[in-house]
Design a protein around this ligand. Structure first.
Ligand code: GLY
Length: 562
């Protein structure tokens, strides 16, 4: 109880505002931040309360997640922003990690050409060149209205004064303690055995953030912060150099845009597979009018699973970094092609993934990621998904800097046909090359209806990201759920290979599962995990804002009131 009171006091001290209450009438909500941690959401709302826009709030919330959500929040990872300005302009920023200059296609293979287990997952060689700080700084240059230095201050304060460990966080830290020690030694910061209710004060990270506050992007990519990073990467077997850091730059990209009934959906383009796969799956589902079936009924699940199967097969062949490979995006989203893909679907019997190869296209020439959604009082909206890939990334901790380094190199296909940590199979399009970006599944998404902002959403979950975003969209627009119910309701997942349908444990009836098995679907009931942690904001036709924070995590929606 004492801890809860302390926590309340702490958060209220942090906000400096009276605007925030979780129980006021939704019709007075003017803005909102929904993220994996209450502290990060509150910090973003506090920025908006003093006049900042959604982009300012993004920068402050993102850096706060680095402090209080160290398994995925990061300054040494990467991510994607999809935005819609109040004026209706849409865009996206790719601040995905890149392969170091010294990377090469076979770097995770032994002499016989077999993948060396864990080499792309744990330790220095697993680390991609981080993009987060460059991304945030770029966003600030284009859209920021509050000085950069001011936006970094709340994260510095949080690191210095501490954040409260939750029950889920204690479990997560306990589960990885041995890995932290194996890589970083017994004295490493996060092997202290923090318990629920403890305050974590990370002075090393406060100092790093102070440097970034003062020097912007170059505070991370050059000088003492960069020196410590390069030294730590190389001491743990990695190949990142100063040249890698200095040459990193984020890229503004056109978002993937597709229509689903009367919705206009904007989502992330390659190097994320998220947008193209979300578009393919929803366009394959559209002709079946899935809303005519009951939510999570056998028929609805069949249509969705079969569309997922076909799209993930295409993902494996065609998708990679668009700066390195040609991606037939228009053909992959073409309605004739997608209808043809679903020709072999029948309600009578499951298609077998062995019978589904990636489609033939005529060429014209991480579980541990985090997502947050923000809408500001002016009507700007941002959807941001950011990641270290695995939980606490490569487990390599920069002691002097107070942060973990990513293991994003595992998102490349180390060897075509061999699955990565999410079981995803990649092809040559996603092979490793110097300075190439690894394929992602992150799917930050913004929906317009009748030309107006309608929804902002996304989720972590590795390969399950795309299917979780898609189910949340269908829950609202086909199954008429309010946004919180749409986020909370049980989910399932299929990704072509392995050819199994995964259901969240104990939430689907045995009768339904038996019926699917009778149709030939392989259902792994003992395979139990939560699927995604969606954080979403809905804006009704009369501009009423409502929020959905996923109860599967410690996620929290904080509102800004008039
Ligand atoms: N590392 C998870 C993703 O990018 O999809």
């Amino acid at each position: 109880m004492k801890h809860f009171i302390l926590k309340e006091l702490k958060i209220h001290a942090l906000l400096f505002v009276l605007f925030i209450s979780a129980c006021s009438s939704p019709k007075h909500i003017k803005g909102a931040v929904v993220s994996a941690r209450e502290e990060a959401s509150a910090i973003g709302v506090a920025v908006m309360a003093k006049g900042g826009n959604a982009f300012d709030a993004m920068i402050a919330s993102d850096l706060a997640l680095t402090v209080c959500y160290p398994n995925a929040g990061n300054i040494a990872g990467g991510g994607f922003l999809v935005y819609r300005t109040a004026a209706g302009e849409k865009g996206s920023l790719d601040f995905r990690e890149k392969a170091p200059l010294a990377a090469y296609a076979d770097m995770y293979l032994d002499q016989e050409g077999n993948v060396i287990p864990d080499k792309s997952l744990v330790g220095g060689l697993a680390i991609g060149v981080p993009g987060t700080v460059a991304g945030l700084y770029e966003i600030h240059k284009k859209f920021g209205t509050i000085p950069w230095n001011e936006l970094v201050q709340p994260a510095i304060k949080l690191a210095r004064e501490g954040y409260l460990v939750t029950e889920k966080q204690q479990k997560s830290l306990d589960g990885k303690k041995e890995d932290f020690i194996a890589i970083n030694g017994k004295e490493t910061f996060y092997a202290q055995g923090f318990k629920e209710g403890d305050w974590v004060k990370n002075e090393a990270l406060a100092l790093t953030l102070e440097f970034i506050a003062k020097n912007g992007k170059s505070g991370f990519y050059s000088g003492p912060v960069a020196d410590a990073l390069v030294e730590r990467v190389q001491a743990t077997g990695g190949i990142i150099t100063h040249e890698d850091l200095l040459s990193y730059a984020p890229v503004w990209r056109e978002p993937v845009h597709f229509k689903y009934k009367d919705l206009s959906i904007y989502t992330m383009a390659p190097p994320s597979s998220g947008g193209i796969c979300l578009g393919q799956i929803m366009k394959m589902i559209e002709p079946y009018d899935v809303g005519q079936y009951k939510h999570n009924s056998m028929e609805a699940i069949q249509v969705i699973v079969e569309a997922e199967r076909r799209s993930y097969a295409d993902r494996s062949l065609y998708l990679g970094d668009p700066d390195f490979v040609n991606i037939p995006q228009d053909s992959l989203l073409d309605m004739d092609y997608l209808n043809q893909r679903m020709d072999s679907f029948s309600f009578e019997k499951a298609t077998k993934s062995t019978d589904i190869s990636p489609g033939t296209i005529v060429w014209d020439e991480s579980e541990e990621t985090t997502h947050y959604s923000i809408v500001d009082p002016m009507g700007n909206a941002v959807a941001v998904t950011t990641t270290l890939n695995g939980s606490y990334g490569s487990k390599v901790f920069v002691e002097q800097g107070g942060y973990f380094l990513n293991n994003e190199m595992d998102d490349f296909s180390s060897k075509p046909g061999v699955p990565n940590m999410f079981g995803l199979i990649g092809g040559k399009a996603n092979a490793i090359a110097p300075q190439k970006r690894m394929l992602s599944a992150m799917t930050p998404t913004i929906v317009e209806r009748d030309g107006k902002l309608s929804m902002v959403l996304g989720t972590p979950g590795g390969s399950t990201i795309i299917t979780s975003v898609m189910q949340t969209l269908l829950n609202v627009f086909e199954f008429d759920m309010d946004i919180q119910t749409a986020v909370s309701t049980p989910r399932f997942h299929h990704q072509w290979l392995p050819d199994i349908v995964v259901f969240e444990p104990a939430l689907f009836s045995q009768t339904l599962i038996d019926s699917l098995k009778n149709k030939g679907y392989d259902v792994k009931e003992q395979y139990s995990r939560i699927i995604g942690r969606v954080d979403a904001i809905s804006i009704s036709e009369n501009n009423t804002i409502t929020t959905g924070a996923d109860p599967r995590g410690d996620d929290a929606a904080i509102h800004l009131y008039k």
